[in-house]
Design a binder for this molecule. Structure first.
Ligand SMILES: Nc1nc2c(ncn2[C@@H]2O[C@H](COP(=O)(O)OP(=O)(O)OP(=O)(O)O)[C@@H](O)[C@H]2O)c(=O)[nH]1
Length: 324
């Protein structure tokens, strides 16, 4: 018969438990320290048994864990430490490593009596995987949010981003009586391009035009967007009608200079753009709808004028037109 005594079942279970188990007495002296704690703290149970937990880990003094232990001992009520408020209170590291990042911990404190003695059980769970997954989900959500402001085909801002930017800049212009211009632009005879070269090449053309157009806007507050289909738009804060007209003309010339061959049915042998320009004014063009309608009417006028040109909205002309 073997003379080795089998470990009591409870001791075996404590050794196998996949969480840290610490028991301290009323004077905070450690009376139990399981294998999980030993392998993650680098301190074996016979080194720590009998020591005051808060002497062993001075950094816990005055912290939430100490308050939780004191209050659990006094009230006899269990306490749970929020992992977000108390990240990693114990200096514990993944088993088999030393140093590096502490394991993320969730800590529960449960007071209990044994005979006349008062004790406190401290359970420490490793929640590193959960916290890591949460971080990953949060960063994926942020990436998705960023993507939802980006046009999938061209990579420039999408209509939603444009609407938000125009609204924000309009409110700023109204507040500061500042200047703000808007460009609406449309690739000329794009239906003919698609019909001649096919939709896939049409998409490639849209991407080239978008890239060239976006590269023309230099200020950080300027926004180049795909407004929809073959239409593009730009929000230009602190830009007068005259300055916007110069920008628009430069963009028109840049697109023409790309010299992208067009369909035979198009007005020009190369791809061109027509552009309408509207500028904020506090009496008439003081809303997104009014500015967009004004820019759109100029874009339409540019198409009627033969395409590949820029037309700037002038409130006085409009008054004359509507009055006539
Ligand atoms: N390839 C491609 N074509 C698109 C996309 N969005 C819109 N279009 C095409 O753009 C064309 C726009 O045609 P129209 O609105 O008739 O205007 P247009 O031919 O450009 O003529 P004008 O604007 O008068 O110069 C349509 O044939 C649409 O199918 C897209 O994402 N990819």
């Amino acid at each position: 018969m073997s003379d080795s005594v089998p470990a009591p079942l409870s001791a075996r279970v404590l050794g196998l438990a996949n969480l840290g188990l610490i028991v301290i007495d009323a004077d905070h002296r450690i009376v139990m320290w399981n294998q999980w704690m030993a392998s993650r703290s680098g301190k074996s149970s016979h080194r720590v048994i009998g020591q005051d937990l808060f002497d062993l880990y001075g950094e816990l003094r005055g912290q939430r864990l100490e308050h939780a232990v004191l209050s659990a001992m006094q009230s006899s009520l269990p306490q749970t430490l929020s992992p977000s408020l108390n990240p990693s209170p114990f200096p514990l590291y993944p088993a088999g490593t030393w140093g590096g990042e502490r394991v993320e911990q969730a800590v529960a404190v449960t007071p209990f009596n044994e005979g006349k003695e008062r004790y406190c059980l401290i359970e420490v769970s490793d929640i590193s995987t959960i916290v890591g997954r949460e971080r990953q989900l949060r960063s994926q959500a942020e990436a998705l949010r960023a993507q939802s402001y980006v046009d999938g085909l061209t990579g420039i801002a999408n209509r939603r981003h444009f609407d938000v930017a125009l609204d924000r800049e309009l409110r700023r212009a109204l507040r500061n009586e500042g200047q703000l211009s808007l460009l609406l632009m449309d690739i000329d005879s794009f239906k003919a391009y698609n019909d001649h070269f096919g939709h896939q090449q049409g998409d490639a053309c849209l991407s080239m035009v978008a890239e060239a157009f976006a590269s023309m806007l230099q200020r950080p507050a300027d926004l180049a967007a795909r407004y929809g289909g073959e239409e593009f738009a730009a929000v230009l804060p602190d830009t007068s009608a005259e300055q916007a007209a110069v920008h628009a003309e430069a963009i028109r010339a840049k697109i023409a200079s790309l010299d992208i061959g067009h369909a035979p049915a198009a007005t020009r042998p190369h791809v061109t753009m027509s552009i309408g320009v509207a500028t904020f004014d506090k009496d008439q063009l003081n809303s997104a709808a009014a500015m967009l309608a004004a820019a759109d009417s100029c874009l339409y006028a540019a198409k009627r004028a033969g395409r590949d040109c820029v037309i700037v909205y002038r409130p006085q002309d409009h008054q004359q037109e509507t009055a006539a």
